[in-house]
Design a protein around this ligand. Structure first.
Ligand code: ARG
Length: 468
């Protein structure tokens, strides 16, 4: 570590339990309450949809093994950003940060908040879909509330996280138990001829995976904070394995329960699966499920707001982000500039955004960068054999996952080219265009400095030399 990192004096305070909840708490959010019907509609049959959910889990476990090696070889915090910076160089790393700050993170926030809103308003519109405007309004209110909470107090937002984590695991447990009861009573019609009508096209498979993988996203959260993890060489691989297998198991059983309670047709036509499930199984207590799903999304939203600050922070210390985004409020010690910035962009993305397309573009961009990161791991394994490796995976694993990532990125484009994917790709590439004048040639440093000073006074923030 160089001097700069010493100045930050990050403390290793996260133990195994904290690490597991950091991963699991972000993974379980909106997806498991929103995506099952889209996965099913896309892939066509209940059997195949369960296979997709299982394969997503397997894929994520495999890719997380690769991230365990990356995180123990490159010990800095910052996730993909720092791995790409150390293996593929600053231009690609900047493209990642640019896309992440301007699109991926805001899109994640909007996707989860839309799901939150859907569940909050669902009980008020039992017979029809709620008006889009109402849903967006509630989503915006959730984003603004969390922006304020996170700007006020770090501790409070962390305890919010724990509370919501418990709520969501309980909700999933209720769904699973309800499903088991239904199965025991003989409700297994959905599982007869369960592979009939499977769509085997490239596009349906790709979209089903995008939707499934959204629910698993967040598996890489711990890699953003490796500098704060106790004994990372042991705890990083362990936490990844425990959290992801737990979530995979829960997701599979929840899907079985949805299918035990609803016919595939009912499932596909439901706006909010958990509400339909609740109405069928819990009767007049069905609204509890919509509260639980809303809480789960709210918790994941809080986590996404919180962890995102780290990437800005690490990128700013490498000179890839305006310094102001790495600063913290002088009294509250919260990263308010980064939070305000993210909130504004999220609200802009919210205006045109709908859940399904946001999830698809999110997964497209995310897997593009996971692919580049795995390329970096393969490079390290071939070219830097002598680096100390507390934990090492067989090289075939990253190669395999790299192929899957390439398939996932190309599938929806090849089979059914939609102009939106081109826009997203152009957007990712535009990062390189910004890099050359502003980062490489440091164009207009004076302007940036003036702006930083002004914003610093206005927002009462200062460079953060303390871990937030
Ligand atoms: N898996 C979460 C959900 O189902 C979404 C996570 C978004 N990504 C993130 N890195 N926070 O809602």
């Amino acid at each position: 570590m160089d001097d700069k990192e010493h100045k930050l004096s990050l403390k290793r305070e996260v133990g195994l339990m904290g690490a597991v909840s950091l991963i699991g708490g972000t993974m379980i959010g909106s997806g498991i309450f929103m995506s099952p019907q889209t996965v099913l509609a896309s892939i066509g049959s209940p059997g195949a949809s369960l296979v997709v959910w299982a394969c997503c889990g397997l894929l994520v476990i495999t890719v997380s093994f690769c991230y365990a090696e990356l995180g123990t070889v490159i010990k800095e915090s910052g996730g993909e950003y720092i791995y790409i910076l150390r293996t593929s160089g600053p231009v690609v790393a900047f493209m990642l940060v640019f896309s992440s700050v301007m699109f991926v993170r805001p899109a994640g926030i909007v996707g989860i908040s839309l799901s939150f809103a859907q569940y909050v308003v669902a009980p008020f519109y039992p017979e029809c879909s709620p008006p889009v405007l109402v849903v967006k309004f509630v989503a915006a209110a959730a984003i603004l509330t969390l922006a304020v909470v996170n700007s006020m107090n770090v501790r409070f937002s962390m305890s919010v996280q724990v509370f919501f984590m418990v709520a969501k695991v309980l909700a999933l447990a209720v769904i699973i138990i309800g499903g088991v009861v239904m199965l025991v009573r003989g409700h297994n019609e959905s599982f007869k001829d369960s592979f009939e009508n499977t769509n085997l096209g490239i596009n349906p498979i790709g979209i089903a995976f995008y939707q499934g993988l959204w629910s698993y996203d967040g598996w890489n959260n711990l890699n953003y904070v490796t500098e704060e993890l106790k004994r990372p060489e042991k705890n990083l691989p362990r936490a990844l394995l425990i959290a992801i297998s737990l979530v995979t198991g829960l997701y599979l059983m929840v899907n079985v329960s949805y299918l035990a309670v609803m016919t595939p047709k009912e499932l596909m036509s439901s706006n909010a699966v958990a509400v339909t499930w609740g109405n069928k199984v819990l009767g007049s207590w069905g609204w509890i499920m919509s509260v639980a799903a809303a809480l789960s999304a709210f918790g994941s939203l809080n986590g996404t707001f919180f962890s995102g600050g780290r990437v800005c922070f690490v990128a700013a210390r490498e000179g890839h982000m305006p310094e102001i985004l790495s600063m913290a409020h002088v009294h509250r010690l919260t990263p308010s500039p980064a939070l305000i910035f993210t909130t504004v962009i999220s609200l802009v993305v919210l205006i045109p955004g709908d859940f399904q397309s946001i999830v698809n573009y999110f997964s497209f961009t995310a897997w593009f960068f996971y692919g580049i990161t795995l390329g970096g791991l393969i490079y390290l394994k071939i070219k830097k054999k002598d680096l100390p490796r507390p934990y090492s995976v067989p090289i075939i694993l990253p190669i395999l996952v790299l192929f899957v990532a390439i398939f996932l990125v190309l599938a929806p484009i090849i089979d059914n080219p939609q102009i939106e994917y081109l826009y997203v790709a152009l957007f990712i590439l535009s990062g390189a265009l910004i890099y050359v004048p502003f980062i490489h040639f440091k164009l207009c440093p004076g302007l940036l400095r003036k702006m930083t000073v002004f914003l610093q006074l206005f927002l009462e923030v200062a460079p953060a030399d303390k871990n937030l």
